[in-house]
Design a protein around this ligand. Structure first.
Ligand SMILES: [Zn+2]
Length: 142
């Protein structure tokens, strides 16, 4: 699904960018493109380094304890108990934007310290698209 979506968006964006109509030319970007920043902070000097990027989807990991939980989520929680489904989505989004520790072999090369140090990295969503595709990645913990 994700691969198809990316191919479709890329195809449409390429086609629409050739349009002489400004609204058509910018349609895909204006409707489906969000903006984010990857912020990496060195644990030694506490200097943040920011890299901006664009996205067309958000991958949300949902913890599913059992196949029945998956069925529960899909059939029951979204329809009959939407608050439970929303809670699972909120937890998944919180994981997506949570800080990640860069340690050991993943240490960060800090430009200010000019050395590798432990660091934290987080994603900040700075502009959300009008239409958001949220790819639900179900993780099965049996
Ligand atoms: Zn540093």
């Amino acid at each position: 699904m994700t691969r198809f979506y990316k191919a479709l968006i890329t195809y449409l964006e390429d086609k629409f960018e050739k349009s002489t109509n400004l609204e058509v030319r910018n349609l895909i970007r204006e409707q489906f493109q969000g903006k984010c920043e990857y912020v990496t902070t060195c644990s030694n000097c506490h200097t943040p380094s920011t890299r901006s990027s664009y996205f067309y989807e958000i991958e949300i990991h949902l913890a599913v304890l059992h196949l029945l939980n998956l069925l529960y989520f899909l059939c029951v929680s979204l329809i009959f108990l939407p608050s439970q489904g929303i809670k699972m989505l909120e937890e998944g989004i919180a994981k997506y934007i949570a800080e990640e520790e860069l340690t050991g072999p993943n240490q960060y090369m800090c430009d200010k310290c000019n050395a590798k140090h432990d660091a934290t990295r987080a994603i900040r969503l700075t502009a959300l698209p009008e239409v958001s595709l949220n790819h639900l990645q179900l993780q099965n913990y049996l």
